[in-house]
Design a protein around this ligand. Structure first.
Ligand SMILES: O=P(O)(O)OC[C@H]1O[C@H](OP(=O)(O)OP(=O)(O)O)[C@H](O)[C@@H]1O
Ligand code: HPA
Length: 180
């Protein structure tokens, strides 16, 4: 079993890049179908979602899609702070538009609830949420998610955009913490 160390913590291989891409492809297939003729604006939640957004967005072949980025942060180290800081906001007018929010992970649900509420106030036509990963046992918010790539246990993970204190985002696979 492939193992890695980041800072002071050990991690083991959890989801291979191949499995990640097959989850991304499933979401892309459904979105290509749902978004036909809609000219949606995709919103990638930085930092963590950049890899998921890149892999998904290039598969949007049947859609006249645009993409923009917002930067929110709620995690410090391997834990949520319980509050969301907005570091870069949205510059586009989304009134009357179909918006697709791209998240790498929904954990406590605090970040997605925050962005959903912000977008709602800007009067979009509809907001569709797609997350690659969901930790159902960690949710403390009631959130409506339209597309979920994979449900995973409530363990800290890194890789494919997700970090531990800034590191690990470049890993193609996803690794799960070894609790020692
Ligand atoms: O459901 P939640 O508990 O809110 O956790 C999910 C959020 O946490 C991570 O972002 P983070 O705050 O670590 O910022 P980053 O993307 O810059 O790493 C992840 O990318 C999500 O946006
Ligand atoms: O498990 C996680 N790992 C990295 N970042 C995160 N942000 C929310 N959950 C996680």
């Amino acid at each position: 079993m492939k193992k890695i160390k980041i800072h002071n913590k050990n991690f083991k291989l959890f989801i291979s890049h191949e499995k990640i891409l097959s989850a991304v492809e499933k979401i892309a297939d459904s979105l290509n179908e749902k978004l036909k003729g809609k000219q949606p604006l995709f919103i990638c939640i930085l930092n963590g979602s950049f890899m998921f957004a890149a892999d998904l967005f290039k598969r949007m072949e049947s859609v006249e899609a645009e993409i923009s980025f917002v930067k929110l942060a709620s995690y410090k180290g391997d834990k949520t702070t319980g509050e969301v800081k907005q570091l870069i906001g949205l510059s586009q007018n989304i009134e009357g538009r179909t918006v697709v929010v791209l998240e790498d992970i929904v954990d406590s649900g605090i970040t997605i609830e925050n962005i959903q509420e912000q977008l709602r106030q800007l009067n979009p036509r509809e907001v569709i949420i797609a997350t690659l990963l969901l930790k159902p046992d960690a949710l403390i918010k009631k959130v409506q998610l339209d597309y979920v790539g994979m449900e995973i246990p409530n363990d800290f993970i890194v890789g494919y955009g997700l970090d531990y204190d800034g590191q690990g985002r470049n890993l193609a696979d996803i690794f799960s913490i070894i609790n020692e």
